[in-house]
Design a protein around this ligand. Sequence first.
Ligand code: PLP
Length: 336
Amino acid sequence: MIPYSRQTIDEDDIAAVVSVLRSDWLTQGPTIAEFEKALAEYSGARFAVAAPNGTAALYLAYKAAGQKEGDEIITVPNTFVATSNMALICGANPVFCDIRSDTHNIDENKIEELITSKTKAIVPVHFAGHPCEMDKIIEIAKKHNLLVIEDACHAIGAKYKNKRIGGIGDLTVFSFHPVKPITTGEGGAILTNNEKYYQTMLRLRTHGITKDPEKTETIGKWHYEMIDLAFNHRITDIPCALGVSQLKKLDRFQKARERVAEYYFEKLKNLKGIVLPTKLAHIKHSWHLFPINLKDAGKRKEVFDYLQANGVGVQVHYIPAHWQPYARPKPVIGAN
Ligand SMILES: *Cc1c(COP(=O)(O)O)cnc(C)c1O
């Protein structure tokens, strides 16, 4: 069976994890900060906050962006359910925008008609690793005073107009689940250039607790204050060691994915019943997925079962979020 995705773990990845296991710090140690620094440097963002998974990272990003009861975010239904779920958990309503038929990304020309007085953020998802039209999205966000929170769980390593995904929007979320471009087992991160969001996320990651240096000086070193209601959303040093090691290989992994994509393009180009993925000229694709569309959608089950039976582990990305039983009759459906 060819699985739809598989991690690559080398001996030096294993050695990196073992060295943390032999150290004094399994959690809240130096390897988390080391991973965050490496992620920020790689992505061209000022700050990174590592999280236990991409879903928790989305939650922290939405919270740092101030999402609350009654707010609206504009995102797509063609994504993993976590994108809209974490907005719902914050009390905000996801308003679903239609997608482009070529890249399957948010249709940047259909965003503006969905903006209301409650809209707080646009949440583009870089589907399959193909970046969304960020210039247009940022232009709309600026005009309407909205934040741009990118769900880039597929897209570490991708570029939009020669800029790495991670340093573009107000907040950008990565996942390091084993099917994603690099892995920490479970893991995620938020990238930002905004120091206030960064400090807020550090606090929200650890119970909303902070230590004010002035007060610890005057009151005592034990003093701490809880100023937000939050979870324990800390990642440990063990997966972060794997992350530091994996990140060094991302460019190598990326090249391997490009070779595989080229191979698929070449071998599938004469098949009449399918539409191959679009890659716009001004982007670099991370090729998390190689999505093909069937011209006859009625054949999906037949094709899916045939490929599975012949050892090709395809998947359907995605069952639209608003088709899920939980989503009926809420949340608000913005478009189609
Ligand atoms: C994987 C993924 C997530 C969630 O990440 P986890 O690390 O699995 O929690 C969110 N959004 C998208 C688009 C994803 O692909």
